[in-house]
Design a protein. Sequence first.
Length: 249
Amino acid sequence: MKKYLFLGLIISSSIILSSCVTVPPKPAVYPPREISPKLPQHILRQDVVHLVAPGETIWRISKMYDVPMQDIMRANNLGKEEVLKKGENLLIPRAAPVVPVIPIYPSKKWKYIIIHHSATDEGSSLYFDKYHQGKGWEGIGYHFVINNGTGGKQDGQIEVSPRWIKQEDGSHCRANNMNERAIGICLVGNFNREYVSSKQLDALVYLVNILRRYYKIPLKRIMGHNQVLGARTECPGKNFSWTKFKNRL
Ligand SMILES: [Zn+2]
């Protein structure tokens, strides 16, 4: 009898857990291989408020802040059948400094990496998701966003968009059919007026190195939106330094 009760407890707790973490979008491969930098030995942990981005799950957020999922669920009274809503605030107890969690999926689809700027002073994946939906697209058109310290995100933070998690075509560069074969990365900022921050550049180098090595993308296929054949745009802005960026790849 006791044995069955115990089994029942395991089953019901796993149902509670899975109902909380299984939020659309469904990843293209589950579980994906994920790449994150190692945390230094001595870190300052503190309670932080996290603004939920499109497609984020408790599982992903727990890895970003190195906090067990159960602790996040308890701190926010998240119960059975509860799913995260984009734009809601979550308390993350005893959070480590946020780190990028980059999921990698086996694919032959990705042949190029295209760099964009948002041409706005502020933004985040949540902001672009709303904006792109307003254009009639299926949510945010980029695969990754690199923040500039606005929109409730930190300078140099890397956000992973649902399009990447689902391994879908982008909606960021129609010219030369790039939406179907290029990974789209957007840096928040207007680099016709401003400059890429050093933390954004570090994050871009980190992300592009992971992607180009895994998908075997040669350096000449890592380009700005304005370098794509047929694209008539200034994106990613005249202040974006290709020498500074490519020297670090
Ligand atoms: Zn662009």
